[in-house]
Design a binder for this molecule. Sequence first.
Ligand code: GTP
Ligand code: MG
Length: 198
Amino acid sequence: MKIISSEYIKSAVLPSQFIEDNLYKMALAGRSNVGKSSFINSLVNRRKLAHTSSSPGKTQTANYYLINNSFYLVDLPGYGYAKRDKTTRASFGKLIETYLLNFRPQAVMLLIDSRHEPTQNDKVMYEWLLYHFYTPYILLTKTDKISKNQMSKSLKTAKEYFSDAPHPPILYSAQTGQGKQEVLDLLQHLTETDNLTP
Ligand code: GTP
Ligand code: MG
């Protein structure tokens, strides 16, 4: 797939604000600071389409990005950021839950920091997704920060943890572009297949 256009459409918090059209949607889940928003920017070659920050908790709403006028990437708030106050954290969880349970995007991509073992929250999120009939695609982020050796290790660990995933984990770097072609190929496949279903 070639990215021809990318456009911010809207942000949603309340149920009435989520988009309910028939276009394919892939939601991005993962802990705060793992690189969800950076993933979008790097994939579509735009530095500032989605807002990013070195301090966790930047994305606080569900943000819709329309790609090639044919599908959406939905950037979600992160989970597991300890410093944010409890009420705000609970409402983030609520937003993710409301969205994923009631608006059912066709796919979920779960982003995991390639530098570390999956956290307890990552595992909870993964199990929660499976329980609700999502088999997430796994993206191992920030691979520019680790060695080739660590990449193989990270890949192996992720394969073990996320053994129900429909596709092998993808090593990704928003900085070097590693994994970008693999994601574009995957999206091409997914959006084409989905368009064929009546
Ligand atoms: P929340 O919105 O808080 O949930 O975070 P997020 O998952 O959207 O993370 P974001 O994209 O804002 O990135 C967090 C920090 O990690 C930023 O400082 C990014 O520049 C950095 N970052 C993201 N991806 C990469 C990557 O592939 N390589 C490197 N070196 N840094 C990255
Ligand atoms: Mg973000």
